[in-house]
Design a protein around this ligand. Structure first.
Ligand code: HEM
Length: 533
């Protein structure tokens, strides 16, 4: 029997249904002007299809942001897709952002459906949970982010940097040209999270894997992080089709999954043995998390949750830092005067035996801790890392869904008459790209100006979100970034590699420092030249 006669009615049904949904969504936000397009940015088709005039895509905050907000003279706008279901509101106002993030804890706004669907791959974890469950995960994980962990991060970052220089053959050279920084920063960040996050040996030159799957763990993790968004919006069977690229993705997911389960099981066994626990001096994040979990009695974590959090740490703690390192390298190559300032600061921190002792985690860290840990301060290096993360925020938006009617207070400039009332089922996103380029909060936002971050407290480091749900790994990331940059910039002067002799620095910036989207936001390939100091 032919199915053609049913096609037209089915299509008509689909269009009418979408039109009704769109009408209902528009009603919910009828008072709030904003962006209208075929697909909304976070919908499956919106994610899969590239940015085009009818599809804002995942990079809309980059390409369409200025027009979208400026057109209506608003700091908070609505974003609706004609063919997608969830009505959304995006804000670049700090006041509104703070309320959104605070309400997340009071149960009025919760993690989005898409965020919680990560459970499908990873199991329940800190990122996917809300309310009391979130607080249980956070309580168990907090002790794992301690000064001892950061000391380990500094030491490992120092060793990995040295291994990289030797293994890549840069040690004996006066000049090295690097077509793209990303393979190095990505590998660096992966090894750091492997060693400091999970206590895995992970050498720079990793041996091929013995599990029979022809893919190293690093390769597999790279593929997993690049394909996470696509896997969220495509069914599993797609990856079993006889297409090599798709099969590789499936293999990578299996490889990482097996590795993490093995890690959980082996560390559990280790912890179960009291003797080994007493002997084990290792303080990686995973072991500390497991210890804290054991100490929580009925509030401890299950194996599934441990695996979920392991996945989370691996993904959240790897790419975001690597992408920020790419961006900061690019900016320092462009702004040579800033690089010189930073270099002088690093030189002044070198001890008499020519070594860089551990730098402080954040510039305002209590002095007492600094003294006990023999930490030094490199505020200018830290500020460069934060400024690059402002210009290219690895997590470009933080989205929540309303559970009840929510009222957000707005100021006069936002033009909503003092209050925005959102019905249940509306998505609210803090547009971190827009907020970071909002001249009200960051004057001359396009300029790389690290001094903006001098003396800023942890709570005001917007790049890591703010409030109690801010990034748990922020000090981990900052320590790693500062340690890497301090060693790298002490050895090398970094300059841009131009495409042709006539290319200006402004053209280089426009060509290279462009948004490249994936699981996280960052720049693409950063071609630089290293000249020995
Ligand atoms: C430059 C590097 C990093 C940036 C820019 C960054 C940014 C962020 C942001 C903006 C959030 C909030 C997301 C939201 O509320 O929707 C977040 C959450 C989180 N980050 Fe990071 N992060 C970085 C590095 C790290 C590292 C190194 C780790 C772990 C080792 C980590 C682990 C996490 C976790 C577990 C959460 C969820 C926290 C919660 O929901 O309570 N991040 N990060």
């Amino acid at each position: 029997m032919s199915w053609y006669p049913y096609l037209l009615p089915l299509l008509a049904f689909y269009i009418v249904r979408k039109a009704l949904v769109f009408r209902e969504n528009s009603r919910k936000l009828s008072y709030l002007p904003g962006l209208r397009s075929l697909f909304s940015p976070a919908s499956p088709l919106g994610v899969l299809l590239p940015t085009y005039f009818w599809n804002p895509g995942m990079k809309w905050q980059w390409h369409w942001r200025k027009e979208a907000y400026a057109k209506h003279g608003l700091q908070t706008i609505s974003v609706l897709g004609y063919l997608t279901s969830r009505p959304a509101v995006y804000t670049i106002s700090m006041d509104v952002a703070k309320q959104v993030l605070a309400l997340s804890l009071k149960g009025q706004l919760e993690k989005t459906e898409e965020s919680t669907s990560f459970i499908r791959f990873w199991g329940r974890n800190l990122f996917t949970e809300n309310g009391a469950e979130w607080s249980r995960h956070r309580r168990i994980m907090n002790p794992a982010f301690s000064p001892e962990t950061y000391a380990l991060v500094w030491d490992e970052a120092t060793s990995v940097y040295r291994e990289m220089v030797d293994a890549e053959g840069w040690a004996g050279k006066d000049e090295v040209t690097i077509p793209a920084m990303n393979p190095f920063s990505s590998k660096f960040a992966l090894i750091i999270i492997g060693r400091c996050g999970f206590g895995q040996p992970m050498p720079w030159k990793s041996a091929p894997d013995a599990s029979g799957i022809q893919m190293t763990l690093s390769e597999a993790i790279g593929i997993v992080s690049r394909s996470t968004i696509a896997r969220l919006v495509t069914p599993r069977w797609v990856y079993r089709l006889p297409i090599r690229r798709l099969r590789n993705i499936e293999t990578a997911w299996k490889r990482v999954d097996a590795e993490l389960k093995h890690l959980v099981a082996s560390r559990r066994a280790e912890m179960a043995s009291a003797k080994e626990r007493a002997e084990s001096e290792k303080k990686d994040v995973f072991r500390l998390m497991l210890r804290a979990s054991d100490g929580q009695g009925t509030l401890s974590m299950s194996d599934e949750e441990l695996a979920g959090n392991t996945y989370l740490l691996l993904m959240a703690g790897h790419e975001s830092t690597a992408r920020t390192l790419d961006a900061v390298t690019g900016f320092l190559a462009l702004y040579e005067d800033k690089q010189e300032e930073v270099y002088n600061e690093i030189r002044s921190a070198v001890s008499e035996d020519g070594k860089l002792v551990r730098a402080s985690l954040t510039s305002h860290l209590p002095l007492l801790r600094d003294r006990t840990q023999h930490f030094q301060k490199l505020p200018k290096v830290e500020a460069c890392f934060l400024e690059a993360a402002r210009l290219f925020p690895a997590a470009p938006s933080m989205s929540r869904d309303t559970q009840h009617t929510v009222a957000l207070q707005t100021d006069a400039e936002d033009g909503h008459g003092g209050q925005l009332v959102l019905e249940p089922g509306v998505r609210v996103a803090v547009d971190l790209v827009g907020l970071h380029y909002n001249p009200k909060h960051f004057p001359d936002p396009e300029e790389f100006r690290p001094a903006r971050w001098y003396g800023v407290s942890d709570n005001d480091m917007t790049v890591f979100s703010f409030g109690p749900r801010a990034c748990i790994g922020r000090r981990f990331a900052v320590t790693e970034g500062v340690a890497y940059l301090a060693h790298f910039l002490l050895d090398w002067k970094v300059t841009v590699v131009l495409k042709h002799p006539g290319e200006t620095k402004a053209q280089w910036r426009a060509r290279v420092m462009r948004a490249d989207d994936g699981l996280t936001l960052g720049v693409g390939s950063v071609p630089v030249r290293l000249t020995r100091r």
